[in-house]
Design a binder for this molecule. Structure first.
Ligand code: FAD
Length: 124
């Protein structure tokens, strides 16, 4: 936990646990206070109060239903010959590379399916 967040959090905890001194060293705390802190930390939840809007958005939720696509070829089960890959499909990853991974992996699966067997795997 970043130091400033830890200090703010401890100061808030001290309001409901008067015995807790936010500046106390860990070794000075009694076991029951440590237990109380541990329980409070595990029960702590955060409710975001908003987003930074579309201009800062990095990934979209929703899209073409994966149940309507072949996971092997990304071809539509409803319209043969039509393929969907990447962002347009209803697959949303955590930030950190998972969306790129999905875009590249689904593109690879699709490309392999569209490549005649004789040239599949050949280097470009
Ligand atoms: C600011 C930002 C930061 C991101 N950071 C990360 C990250 O760190 N890690 C991660 O994994 N993901 C990240 N993402 C998400 C990731 O970029 C996308 O999931 C990924 O690029 C999707 O690839 P795609 O090829 O499916 O779609 P896109 O990359 O959106 O490509 C679609 C292409 O189609 C073109 N196009 C659209 N309409 C038409 C048309 N009518 N005719 C012709 N061309 C058209 C568009 O111009 C675009 O070039 C980020 C996204 C944003 C916006």
């Amino acid at each position: 936990m970043p130091q400033r967040l830890a200090q703010t959090w401890l100061t808030q905890q001290a309001l409901s646990h008067p015995a807790l001194k936010p500046d106390a060293a860990l070794a000075e705390l009694k076991d029951k206070d440590l237990d109380a802190l541990g329980q409070a930390a595990n029960a702590w939840s955060i409710t975001p109060d908003g987003t930074e809007g579309y201009a800062k958005a990095e990934v979209t939720a929703g899209g073409v239903d994966t149940r309507d696509l072949s996971s092997q070829t990304m071809e539509s089960k409803l319209v043969p010959g039509l393929h969907f890959i990447g962002e347009v499909v209803d697959v949303t990853g955590w930030l950190g590379g998972y969306n790129f991974q999905w875009a590249w992996a689904s593109a690879m699966a699709c490309a392999r399916a569209l490549t005649p067997a004789s040239t599949a795997g050949a280097s470009a």
